[in-house]
Design a protein around this ligand. Structure first.
Ligand code: GDP
Ligand code: GDP
Length: 458
C-alpha cells in the first residue's frame, strides 16, 4: 500500500517542477495561460524504489471567481486532507514571505505531517533563507532544487518511514497509523532488527576495484547474471545479505562496466557515482592504494559529505602493498590534509581480490551508519554547550559578546543541530568548527557529517 504526498505552497515556488520530476513525465502540463483554472493534479511518483501518489496543488494563481487567499486555502486544505504527508515548499531565493506564513498556518491548523522544502536552493544565495525557514516552526528544511534534482535523497529519507509505516499497516491491517515525519529516526531505533537493508554505494575512480569488491560481497554468480536493473529509474542497485546484514548496494560504473564503451568510462563513473551517492546511506570511497586520493576520489568524497552521507574510506589492493606500516601512516596523513571535511571518518585497508579486511570494512560501514542515525538529548546537549562556552567563549565583535543560549538536535541522518544565537551572522566559521569538532569528539560521532545551524534569537 502506498502513501500520498501533497505538494503545497504559494505560487511559483516550483511545485509543478518537483511534481514533474517525481512523476517523471510532463504530466503536470506547464500551463502559462492566465485564467485557465487548474485543479489538483495527481500522478504516480517515485524516488528510487519508493512509490507513492503525488498531488500537485499548483495553479492557485488563477484566481478567477474567488479571492486568491480563499482559493489557496480551499485547495490546500483539500490537498492536505487527501495526503499522508505534505511537502510544503518555499522559494529559497525569495526567502520566507508573508504568503508562506499563511500556508504554514493552514498546515498547522490541519495538523498535517509536514516536510519543509526550501526550493531553488542551488547556489549560495539560498543560504540565508534556509536558516530563515526554521522560523516557520515546521522543523528542519530540506534544501532542494527541483529543477536540478538536488535534495531528492533527503526527501527519500523523509518519505521512507512513511512508506514503511504504511507497509506495516497494510500487513497488520490496522485501521490507524500515526506517523511522525520529523521523528523517523526514533521510530527506526525502536525496531530491534534491521527492517530495511542498509543502503551503500561503492564509489571511486575507474580501476580502483569497485566491481571486484561488489562481486566479493554479493557473490560472483550474481553479478555475472547482472545486477537487478530497473528497480529504480535513476540508479541500479542489488540487494544482498552481507553476512547477516541486509544491504542494498547502489550501482556505480563498475557494475555496468562490461556493457559500456571503454572510453566513456571516466565520465560515466563520475556521474553514476554521484547518483549512487544520493541514494546511499553510507558511501564507501574506494581508493587504489597505489594511486590514492586522486582528484576524482577527492571530488566524490567531498560530494558525499555535502550530501550528508556517512562516509567510509577504504584503501584497496592492500595485498600488493609492501611497506604496509609506513603506507598506512602516509594514507592517514594524506586523508587529514586532503579531506579535512571528513575528519574522523574511518579509513580501512582491504583487498577486494583476496577478501582480506572486508569484515573490518563491514564493521566500519555499520558503525558509520549507526553514528549517522544518532540522536543526542537536548538536556545533554545544553550541559555540553555550557561547558564549551566556558572553556572557550564566543568572540565579541565590536565589544559585544555573541551569546549562544540553547541548543537542540533537529535531525539525524546526518545529525543536525540548531543553536539559538545572538548575531549569528557575525559568528566566525572557526567557532562553528570548534563546536562541530567538539560534538564529534564528545559524543563520539566519527564518520558522519555534522550540520550546525545558528538561529537568530536576538
Ligand atoms: P509552481 O507555481 O509552484 O508550480 O512553480 P513552477 O514549478 O511552475 O515553477 C516556477 C518557476 O520556478 C519556473 O520558472 C521554474 O522553472 C522555476 N524553478 C522551479 N524549480 C526551480 C529550482 O530548483 N531552481 C530554480 N532556479 N528555478 C526553479
Ligand atoms: P573498477 O573499475 O573500480 O570496477 O575496478 P575493477 O574491479 O574492474 O578492478 C580493476 C583492476 O584492479 C582489475 O584488474 C582487478 O583485478 C584489480 N583489483 C581489484 N581489486 C584488487 C585487489 O584487492 N588487489 C589487487 N592486486 N588487484 C585488484
Amino acid at each position: 500500500m502506498s502513501f500520498t504526498l501533497a505538494i503545497v505552497g504559494r505560487p511559483n515556488v516550483g511545485k509543478s517542477t518537483l511534481f514533474n520530476r517525481l512523476v517523471g513525465k510532463k504530466l503536470a502540463l506547464v500551463d502559462d495561460q492566465p485564467g485557465v483554472t487548474r485543479d489538483l493534479r495527481e500522478g504516480e511518483g517515485r524516488i528510487a524504489d519508493l512509490r507513492f501518489t503525488v498531488i500537485d496543488s499548483a495553479g492557485l494563481e488563477e484566481a478567477t471567481d474567488d479571492s486568491l487567499q480563499g482559493r489557496m486555502r480551499r485547495l490546500t486544505e483539500r490537498a492536505v486532507e487527501m495526503a499522508d504527508v505534505c511537502l510544503f515548499m518555499i522559494d529559497a531565493r525569495a526567502g520566507v514571505l508573508p504568503a508562506d506564513e499563511v500556508f504554514a498556518d493552514i498546515l498547522r491548523k490541519k495538523n498535517a505531517n509536514v516536510i519543509l522544502a526550501a526550493n531553488k536552493g542551488e547556489g549560495k544565495a539560498a543560504d540565508a533563507s534556509i536558516l530563515e525557514a526554521y522560523s516557520l516552526g515546521l522543523g528542519e528544511p530540506i534544501r532542494m532544487s527541483a529543477e536540478h534534482g538536488e535534495g531528492m535523497g533527503e526527501l527519500m529519507d523523509m518519505l521512507r518511514p512513511i512508506a514503511d509505516a504504511r507497509a506495516e499497516q497494510a500487513a497488520a491491517d490496522a485501521p490507524e497509523v500515526d506517523v511522525d515525519v520529523g521523528d523517523d529516526d526514533e521510530d527506526a531505533a525502536r525496531v530491534p532488527t534491521r527492517a530495511k537493508p542498509l543502503q551503500i554505494a561503492v564509489v571511486g575512480r575507474p580501476n580502483a576495484g569497485k566491481s571486484t569488491l561488489i562481486n566479493k560481497i554479493i557473490g560472483e554468480e550474481r553479478l555475472l547474471t547482472g545486477p537487478e536493473a530497473g528497480i529504480t529509474r535513476d540508479a541500479i542497485s542489488v540487494q544482498q545479505d552481507w553476512g547477516s546484514v541486509p544491504m542494498r548496494i547502489f550501482d556505480t560504473a563498475g557494475m555496468r562496466k562490461k556493457a559500456k564503451v571503454q572510453e566513456k568510462l571516466e565520465k560515466l563513473s563520475v556521474s553514476d557515482g554521484l547518483r549512487a551517492v544520493k541514494f546511499a546511506e553510507v558511501v564507501v570511497v574506494l581508493l587504489d592504494v597505489e594511486i590514492p586520493f586522486e582528484q576524482q576520489d577527492l571530488r566524490i568524497a567531498d560530494l558525499a559529505e555535502r550530501e550528508g552521507r556517512a562516509v567510509v574510506v577504504a584503501a584497496n589492493k592492500w595485498d600488493v602493498e609492501g611497506e604496509k606500516q609506513s603506507k598506512l601512516k602516509e594514507l592517514r596523513q594524506d586523508f587529514e590534509r586532503l579531506l579535512p571535511q571528513l575528519r574522523g571518518a574511518p579509513l580501512v585497508t582491504v583487498s577486494a581480490k583476496t577478501g582480506k579486511g572486508l569484515d573490518r570494512l563491514q564493521q566500519a560501514i555499520m558503525r558509520a551508519h549507526e553514528v549517522w542515525n544518532r540522536r543526542v538529548s537536548t538536556a545533554h546537549l545544553n550541559r555540553w554547550l555550557t561547558g564549551m562556552l566556558e572553556q572557550h567563549p564566543p568572540p565579541a565583535p565590536g565589544g559585544k559578546r555573541i551569546k549562544m543560549r540553547y541548543m537542540t538536535q533537529v535531525k539525524t541522518r546526518p545529525p543536525a543541530f540548531v543553536v539559538m544565537t545572538s548575531h549569528p551572522d557575525q559568528m566566525p566559521e572557526s567557532y562553528k568548527r570548534y563546536l562541530i569538532n567538539g560534538l564529534r569528539a564528545d559524543f563520539d560521532m566519527p564518520g558522519t557529517p555534522i550540520r550546525l545551524f545558528l538561529r537568530d534569537q536576538g
